[in-house]
Design a binder for this molecule. Sequence first.
Ligand code: CA
Ligand code: CA
Length: 266
Amino acid sequence: MKSSISTSTLLGFLTLATVTVVYSTGCGRSPAPSESEQTKASEPGTASTTAAAPSGPAGSGTAAGDSGTVPLEIDLPRPLFAGTPKPINVPNVEPVLAGKRPDFMVPAGTKLLSKGKPVSSSDDFPIIGDLSMITDGDKTGVDGTYVELAPFLQWVQIDLEAPVKFAAVALWHFHSQARVYHDVIVQVSDDAEFKEGVQTLFNNDNDNSAKLGEGTDRPYIETYQGRLIDGKGVTGRYLRLYSNGNTSDELNHYIEVEVYGTLAKQ
Ligand SMILES: [Ca+2]
Ligand SMILES: [Ca+2]
């Protein structure tokens, strides 16, 4: 644990250094980002999200209402870590957030659009639980509240039943034990088969073992706060999430997935 903390500190420094470079060579709108902006950029906006994020974290860092954005409000479950942690031997793991996640700004009018929506999967018959648990709103994470899918690369897919403009995705694989899920890839498409018009919101498959393209996002440790992913303002009806086992076992788990956004104009 101690060695991972020192590694995390170093990586945290590198993240800040990267962010500073992006700001200083970027559009120049904010040459001297505040500390909160740097922190903000380190989680929902890792490297791949800095390119085009019209609905991403607002630059000003001020409270609600500024340029039509508001902080995203997410109901968090209670922290659940229990038992002895298992070792996490994954390179380049992102430092765990100290305390509450910084505000993530979304367009005013952003709503939770995934609750109760139908879920399908590459594994139609989960080992534990039911796919509907992924959008049922229960994030407690105790036994009986998560779905366990087969090993190797598996996906789950939410049908939002209408085109949605994505502001953010919140994702809880598992949070009663610190672990890293491998090859987390999150994509949006209007094609239920994900053969056309696929837009990638997150990809930490850094060695392209999933053959969906080499990801530049970092592996991260699961916590009760889940993973917040920038929706980048993309539009689509379906959300698909991949994973390939985790550092504690080779299985794939989901507690809850949430899509925040607005209905796209049709
Ligand atoms: Ca659930
Ligand atoms: Ca991989």
